[in-house]
Design a protein around this ligand. Structure first.
Ligand code: ATP
Ligand code: MG
Length: 587
């Protein structure tokens, strides 16, 4: 291709709202163009990169035995109602009617559609396993579309779905997809981590995310410094933290703590580590069909509530904050909430404690962090204004619901090896999921097993953010001048820059090198524009082709320059050597 003929509208200025390098360089480099919030057109260079990413994904999936299909983008709402997701999906699901009043949604993911298709044509275990995928548009009416291709509303996803006769075979496929995804992201030149992920309300261990390591990533990943344990913070586990100091001993009693509401103030007031305090976090849990309730979560004062874990613990779609007024209306005392009340032990025998614990808030849902199980000598809100309880013993509260709802902290111990855990940031580019029969059961997608027994398909689902990958690659590969594409996904593998197109010798040499490289199978762009040399080099740096061959003044000595975009180093070489060197670098 010739630069002069291509639509590559490079820009000097970045869009005002662009903060991430990938957003800035994709727009400035003439790859994408914003049509509406979270909706982008791909210009020729953007489309070329997209096709290369898509081709790598397809090659590896096909090699692993997956088959490509293409499903409709517009999907009948009826299927979503049957799977129970029409309500659950919330405002991200774009719903509309056709002229006859039939309801549809723009597919944000395609489990329902794929199950429906397979159900039509697969009825026997002999036809299993099956792994079908598509690389196609998705629409999610995201609350905050941002960062260019990173979080769009319309975006391109590879979504795959596998169908199996039993769980064991599904897990085999899940592992195959993990290794296939590793190959895909490695080929794209990405530094990534495979992390344990939140499996949502479905539960189970079987969900992994592929995270491209980048400071700009929206996900926090917990990694171990001692072994290869890595998990999304929403799913991360830890060894139970060691007590920082002995708990101060006290008999169960009520204590006047006027105006002392925060954990910090309480720790100072009692001279104890927050580890020995009980933190109360009230949330409104939102369920299907607009149902909601206030839930009280209790954890150690040294911990924070992990909202995804907490939502999973009560099977909620989402958690919302609750106002003090709402709490008071529910009979709670903000700042002094605790899991127990004390009652005076009326008629106690001699030597018995004067006070006895009783579980508070019988009408309210409570969840306690697993780390409070059996905890002794704790200080908790007394459920009475200006009072806390000391000497609270959770040994007596075994019957309460406990779950892992605390956020893993930096410095906590790895659940596998005990090593030190720390945080890092990542961009989610892939997610693989052991689904089981979550969709096949409600959609009545069944097959006959060897014994002629009807069973629901056991499924896996596997996603890759194809358009997000363009952004993720740049987040990892750029400098302050522009993008630096790894060759396998570069818009062109190399550009030939003719220093001065009015110089007949330069032009001719440039054209000759261009023909040679084309014949050698190199994906090459010839910058034959009648622009200043400096301007063309700026575009090379901004767009980020891996290499440039510069045909300039040194041509009179028979030499050209081979420039590496990454190092910006120049090698002055005779034409043939420059071509040979480039071919060698491109492998
Ligand atoms: P996120 O947590 O980033 O919102 P998700 O977990 O909702 O993503 P999945 O349903 O797992 O996303 O979709 C599979 C892949 O599609 C993700 O791993 C991600 O790479 C990509 N993806 C999801 N949402 C978007 C979006 N709004 N824009 C671009 N890519 C997206
Ligand atoms: Mg995901």
């Amino acid at each position: 291709m010739r630069f002069s003929k291509m639509l590559i509208p490079t820009l000097k200025e970045a869009p005002k709202d662009a903060v991430l390098p990938s957003h800035i360089y994709l727009v400035r480099g003439g790859f994408i163009y914003q049509v509406a919030s979270g909706i982008y057109d791909f210009l020729p260079l953007g489309k070329k990169v997209l096709d290369k990413v898509r081709a790598i994904v397809k090659e590896e999936l096909d090699a692993a035995g997956c088959q490509e299909v293409q499903l409709g983008f517009v999907t009948p709402a009826e299927l979503w109602k049957r799977s129970g997701r029409y309500e659950k999906y919330g405002a991200e699901l774009l719903r509309f009617e056709d002229r006859k009043g039939n309801e549809f949604v723009l597919g944000p993911t395609h489990e329902e559609m794929m199950v429906e298709m397979v159900k039509q044509f697969v009825s026997s275990y002999k036809q299993l396993p099956l792994n079908l995928y598509q690389i196609n548009l998705k629409f999610r009416d995201e609350a905050r579309p941002r960062f260019g291709l990173m979080r769009g509303r319309e975006f391109i996803m590879k979504d795959g779905y596998s169908f199996h006769a039993d769980r064991e075979d599904m897990i085999r496929e899940f592992n195959l997809m993990e290794s296939t995804y590793r190959k895909i992201f490695t080929r794209m030149g990405l530094d990534f981590r495979v992390v344990e992920a939140d499996s949502g309300a479905i539960g189970g261990e079987g969900s992994k995310e592929f995270m491209v390591l980048a400071d700009s990533g929206e996900d926090t990943i917990v990694v171990c410094e001692g072994c290869d344990y890595a998990a999304n913070i929403e799913a991360a586990k830890r060894k139970a933290p060691e007590p920082p100091a002995e708990a101060p001993e006290a008999e169960l009693n009520s204590f006047h703590t006027p105006g002392i509401k925060s954990i910090d103030d309480l720790a100072k007031f009692f001279y104890v580590d927050p580890y020995h305090l009980v933190k109360a976090v009230a949330k409104k849990a939102l369920y299907d069909e607009g149902k909601s309730e206030i839930v009280l979560f209790f954890l150690r004062g040294s911990d924070e509530l992990q909202e995804t874990k907490a939502a999973n613990a009560v099977g909620a779609n989402e958690l919302e904050d609750v106002s003090e007024e709402e709490l008071e209306a529910a009979g709670l005392v903000p700042g002094f909430m605790g899991p127990v009340l004390i009652v005076r032990n009326v008629g106690a025998f001699e030597g018995a404690p004067v006070f006895r614990e009783e579980i508070a808030h019988p009408g309210l849902r409570m969840v306690l962090d697993e780390n409070l199980k059996g905890a002794k000598q704790m200080i908790a809100g007394a459920n009475e204004k200006d009072y806390h309880l000391v000497g609270v013993d959770f040994g007596a509260l075994e019957a309460l619901p406990y779950a892992d709802i605390a956020q893993v902290r930096e410095g906590d111990a790895c659940p596998r090896c005990g090593g030190k855990l720390s945080y890092t940031k990542g961009i989610e580019v892939g997610h693989i999921f052991q689904l089981g029969t979550r969709y096949s059961e409600p959609l009545e997608a069944t097959f006959l097993d060897e014994n002629g027994k009807r069973k629901p398909f056991v499924m896996g689902t596997y996603g890759i953010g194809v358009s997000r990958l363009l952004a993720a690659v740049i987040e990892q590969h750029h400098d302050d001048r522009g993008a630096i594409w790894p060759a396998p996904v570069a818009p062109f593998e190399t550009v030939i820059v003719i220093g001065n197109v009015k110089d007949a010798a330069q032009k001719e040499a440039g054209e000759a090198i261009y023909r040679t490289l084309l014949e050698g199978g190199v994906d090459v762009l010839l910058d034959d524009r009648p622009e200043r040399f400096g301007f063309k080099m700026k575009d090379f740096e901004l767009i980020g082709f891996p290499y440039a061959i510069v045909v300039g003044k040194k041509l009179s000595e028979g030499r050209v320059e081979l420039v590496s975009r990454e190092s910006l180093e120049k090698e002055e070489l005779p034409i043939d050597d420059a071509v040979a060197r480039l071919m060698e670098k491109l492998g």
